[in-house]
Design a protein around this ligand. Structure first.
Ligand code: 1GP
Length: 257
């Protein structure tokens, strides 16, 4: 029996521990090309990004491999597939967020995509990071909501979000992803991040519609271990913005001896 390695998960945990929280840059292969993705990743790496999520809620995955390879050539940071479907599983990445859309009641995204993806993951010997993926209402219809055909959890129902997250923990998932949706009008409420993180013992990733350093600091202070930024980095490519976001997310100084 071969046990899947936990190298990427462990390195993420070290980042969260050492830096206060981790800065995850989302790169959508559908909205860029491999050359641009490599350039964006290199700038991100220079400015404090800790790892890359590569994925899309809609892509068929045609440029996935080339994008991941280009990012790997440009940086040494972990590349993690954040799949919108099993068609986005490719062997080049270091790991895959093995998500189940637990806030929804659509069996396709709760278990069917996972069943289709599992044999591919085994064949490629990819590290899996089992993740309870929860969609939170964010003001307007998002791509992930439309594509998954699921109802998000209402913004003011932290108790419902907490119960879902705890169920995920009891099912053995190792992360919770609180998702407002890419380009969301309103990010996941800070109160909900605080409530969920106080209720469960597994790390929280938060993403969707986070555009300012203050929005990031508030969520890290509320208990998020990782912050995902995608959209706003596609619009604001300057280093100063990236450095500000990294400084906001990294609430601890790295101590060098
Ligand atoms: C989407 O949470 C991520 O899955 C990132 O969202 O693109 O809005 O930063 P943004």
């Amino acid at each position: 029996m071969t046990v899947s390695s936990q190298i990427t998960y462990n390195s993420l945990m070290s980042v969260a521990h050492d830096r206060g929280a981790g800065f995850l840059m989302l790169i959508d292969p559908d909205r860029t090309d491999p050359v641009c993705a490599a350039r964006t990743a290199e700038t991100g790496s220079d400015c404090g990004v800790d790892a890359f999520l590569i994925g899309s809620s809609f892509s068929l995955g045609n440029s996935f491999s080339a994008t991941i390879l280009a990012i790997k050539e440009a940086t040494n940071l972990p590349t993690i597939i954040f799949p919108g479907s099993f068609a986005q599983i490719t062997p080049e990445a270091d790991a895959i967020l093995f998500t189940s859309l637990i806030s929804g009641r659509n069996p396709n995204y709760l278990i069917d995509e996972q069943v289709k993806g599992a044999p591919i993951i085994k064949k490629y010997n990819l590290e899996t990071i089992p993740t309870g993926y929860m969609l939170i209402e964010s003001g307007a219809l998002t791509s992930v909501q439309f594509v998954s055909g699921t109802q998000p959890i209402p913004r003011d129902k932290s108790d419902i979000a907490s119960a879902h997250a705890l169920a995920a923990q009891y099912m053995g998932m190792r992360m919770i992803y609180l998702e407002a949706g890419s380009g969301a009008e309103k990010p996941v409420p800070t109160e909900m991040v605080a409530a969920v993180s106080a209720y469960v013992d597994i790390p929280i990733i938060v993403g969707g519609g986070l555009r300012s350093p203050d929005a990031c600091i508030e969520r890290v202070n509320a208990g998020a271990s990782f912050v995902v930024i995608g959209n706003s980095l596609e619009q604001e490519r300057d280093k100063a913005y990236l450095l500000e976001m990294a400084a906001a997310i990294h609430t601890k100084e790295i101590v060098t001896v």
